[in-house]
Design a protein around this ligand. Structure first.
Ligand code: FAD
Length: 401
């Protein structure tokens, strides 16, 4: 451990959580010249769900200096469909920027190791169990050691270390309540399957209890999940629920013919919350630790990258100006974060409560401007002032008109 005897800090910044948000924040702070410790309770490669990326993550990826095409499937766009009415709509997303369908275990490992290559001190298998942020320092206790730093970044994902400590986590009601998902391998050749792997499109069939994701992955594998808006049934009923909906979907019945389920179904609950305590004196939260949204529009990792980058740059500026203990350091950036988060949140709420897929997405072929506005949101192009649909969402109206 590096000891700064003059200031009694072991590190400038401790980042807790080595997922996309934590590895990004740590790398960018190290690039700015700071001494950074990144603590991860698990060990990479570790499984994580969240495989469909958005193109507007690309500027952050470029700053990290990684190649996110390596081993991943290029993603062209998103197809929303209702198989009961045989309607569907395709939105091209990778128009000006590229994006991918990624397997999270190797991807998150690459991001974590990349932080180490940039000079971040990285520890795995080390869980942070307590932290206090005072006006003069951050004190942090893990299951292995204790550290003092000038700043803390909470990137603990849905564990939301600081938010839960402050009792500042509020559920967003009435969105998806749980997801059940698995991977399939050995997808057989067919015109439909070949086109899916060629385009890398995500397919989103809407169903009576929620929606399904169909994400093609490298190696002719499919990630398939069902997000359900009802309360979670008993654990023993969940796999059967997934199988019932897979069998009822014509496209999945065709794609999965002859394929092999690669693993038992997994379940995630506890969806969609806000954290009312996203920053304070000497700390800030990024990624899922700042807030989490039902994944229907694949916004999670994109928000993790963009919030982490913004926080890293602001903490650097705070150090330069001696303002790192100022609780108001992140006020301006938090407004930008909320603009992105709330746009996606309102969009997701419309998905569940205004039947947006039928009332807006399927109508978009009549109105190329509307189609472009939807695609802009689905790509993550959120910090602009030319999107009428985004403006109307934020103004609380139901349609773009
Ligand atoms: C069902 C489902 C489907 C999803 N689909 C998509 C998708 O298609 N596209 C998309 O972009 N997003 C998707 N997401 C969201 C995406 O998974 C997350 O938004 C993303 O992983 C957030 O990154 P993060 O770095 O903030 O958190 P995480 O990736 O969760 O990383 C947090 C890390 O912190 C570590 N940690 C936690 N507590 C501690 C502690 N006390 N001490 C040390 N380490 C700790 C954890 O081990 C973990 O590695 C989905 C989510 C779910 C639940």
């Amino acid at each position: 451990m590096i000891e700064d005897r003059q200031h009694h800090f072991d590190y400038d910044v401790t980042v807790v959580g080595g997922g996309p948000a934590g590895s990004t924040a740590a790398t960018l702070l190290a690039q700015h010249g700071h001494r950074v410790l990144l603590l991860e309770s698990g060990r990479h490669p570790r499984f994580h769900i969240g495989e469909s990326m958005l193109p507007f993550s690309e500027p952050v990826i470029q700053r990290l200096g990684i190649d996110w095409s390596a081993g991943n499937l290029s993603k062209s766009g998103a197809v929303f469909m209702d198989e009961a009415t045989d309607q569907q709509m395709y939105f091209p997303l990778s128009v000006h920027r590229r994006t991918y369908q990624i397997e999270r275990a190797p991807f998150d490992q690459m991001l974590f190791e990349n932080a180490g290559k940039h000079g971040v001190v990285t520890h795995q298998d080390e869980k942070v169990i307590n932290v206090s942020c005072d006006s003069d320092r951050v004190s942090l206790v893990s299951d292995k050691s204790e550290y003092r730093s000038r700043y803390l970044i909470d990137a603990t994902g849905r564990s939301a270390l600081m938010g839960r400590k402050a009792k500042a986590i509020s559920r967003i009601q009435n969105l998806g309540k749980f997801a059940v998902y698995t991977h399939f391998e050995n997808i057989q050749p067919s015109e439909e399957a070949d086109e899916l792997f060629r385009s890398g499109n995500i397919y989103v069939p809407v169903v009576d209890i929620g929606w399904i994701w169909i994400i093609p992955l490298a190696g002719r594998r499919l990630s398939v999940g069902l997000v359900v808006q009802k309360d979670k049934p008993k654990d023993c009923e969940i796999e059967a629920l997934l199988q019932r909906y897979l069998a009822a979907s014509p496209i999945l019945s065709r794609l999965l013919k002859g394929a092999k389920q690669a693993e038992a179904a997994r379940v995630e609950a506890d969806f969609s919350y806000t954290n009312q305590s996203r920053y304070g004196s000497r700390y800030a939260c990024c990624g899922d630790a700042a807030g989490f949204l039902d994944p229907v529009f694949s916004s999670g990792v994109f928000l993790a990258f963009t919030s982490a980058a913004r926080i890293a740059d602001r903490v650097h500026q705070g150090f330069l100006e001696g303002l790192e203990a100022d609780p108001a350091l992140h006020v301006e950036d938090d407004e930008k974060y909320l603009l992105g988060f709330n746009t996606m949140r309102l969009f997701v709420e419309r998905f569940y409560h205004s039947n947006i897929v039928h009332n807006l997405f399927f109508e978009a072929h009549r109105d190329p401007d509307l189609k472009a506005q939807i695609a802009q949101l689905l790509a993550g192009d959120l910090w602009v002032d030319n999107n009428k649909l985004q403006r109307s969402l934020l103004a609380g109206r139901r349609t773009a008109s």
